[in-house]
Design a protein around this ligand. Structure first.
Ligand SMILES: [Mn+2]
Length: 346
């Protein structure tokens, strides 16, 4: 029996760079189209489908309508971001014959030879889970759906350790909350389907698997957007470096890539992020941020002495002109530059 495990859609979250306000909704519904196309028999949605409780009622309605239209059993864990789904106003969505969630009264749904267990974030209970584990029918395929952290005990939404979950007898543990796809054998975070900011540069996608013993899963990257952080050494010249960057990163999807470029190396002129030299990047990519971490080139002694007259830099240049040790001079200047002493704004 084939299944898809996905979640953390964060529908309603504002995307930092996209011009479209409903990016996450569009990507979530695209995900549902992929579910349909792949003809799987079950869908595990592991929480934070919506980003916050002020998401439009019509958006929630449309999403659940599409879920129901899949016409396969869908298991939904309610995450810390979409706890509003527990409100009375949304109860009707969970009365549809194919849409299932979990609560204190319902911990298990049975579908053919598969038993699906789950806890919503707010009512996770390790003791109850242990009791369930002790009574599992090991001849059946047992799936557990959760939303929360299993890596960092200090996380506000920490559940238990991945070791504890791995040691239990579930055949597959579908997790949400951590946006980075992470696997501990059969204990799996699908990760979110689209990155939300520069902290999410890894591949995004969903899990497709087969419910058998042992459960087999594959991660399918499916993201449309990508946040990219790079360093760019401009020591050989800013224009040349920018041109090479553009050449390397250009593609048909370039407008869907968002770049944070940190300039490093030695600069021979003052760098202005609004300089026309960056126009090509800005026209090609969906978003470009320039961070300047370059150091000035210290090879124009006359200029240095003139600019830093009466400072320790001037004194240093004087010494250098007498002693002439190039490396020592460069080191001394860099140390001063790093400490901020003796230099005003270069
Ligand atoms: Mn979460």
């Amino acid at each position: 029996m084939k299944f898809i495990h996905t979640g953390d859609f964060h529908i309603g979250a504002s995307h930092p760079f996209s011009k479209h306000s409903d990016v996450m909704f569009r990507r979530a519904t695209a995900m549902l189209s992929a579910v349909k196309k792949r003809e799987v028999q079950m869908l595990f949605l592991t929480g934070d489908l919506f980003d916050r409780d002020d998401v439009k009622v019509s958006t929630v309605d449309t999403f659940f309508h599409r879920l129901a239209a899949l016409d396969i059993p869908v298991f939904i864990v309610i995450g810390n971001h979409d706890m509003f789904l527990r409100n009375q106003a949304y109860k009707r969505h969970f009365t549809h014959k194919n849409i299932h969630t979990f609560n204190q009264d319902i911990r298990k749904h049975t579908m053919g030879d598969v038993d699906v267990y789950g806890f919503n974030t707010h009512d996770f209970d390790l003791e109850v889970l242990k009791t369930i584990n002790d009574t599992l029918d090991k001849k059946r395929i047992n799936v557990l759906c959760l939303h929360g952290d299993i890596m960092n005990a200090r996380d506000e939404h920490y559940l238990t350790s991945h070791k504890t979950l791995q040691a239990m007898d579930f055949d597959y543990v579908a997790l949400g909350h951590i946006h980075k796809h992470t696997t501990y054998n059969h204990v799996v975070y699908s990760g979110n389907i689209e990155p939300l900011d520069f902290s999410e540069t890894e591949d995004k996608g969903f899990i497709e698997g087969s419910l058998e013993k042992p459960v087999k899963v594959t991660f399918h990257p499916s993201q449309q957007y990508r946040f990219i952080q790079n360093q760019l050494d401009i020591s050989e010249g800013l224009d040349k470096a920018v041109e090479a960057y553009l050449f390397t990163h250009n593609s048909d999807e370039a407008m869907h890539t968002f770049h944070r470029i940190t300039l490093i190396g030695q600069r021979d002129r003052v760098i202005d992020p609004h300089d026309a030299v960056f126009d090509g990047l800005k026209e090609t990519f969906g978003h470009v941020e320039i961070k300047d971490e370059t150091r000035p080139k210290f090879d124009d002694y006359k200029m240095l002495k003139k600019q830093y007259k009466g400072t320790v830099v001037e004194a240093l240049v004087d010494i250098h002109e007498k002693e002439g040790d190039e490396d020592a001079f460069a080191l001394a200047l860099e140390a001063l530059y790093e400490s901020g002493e003796g230099f005003d704004d270069y």
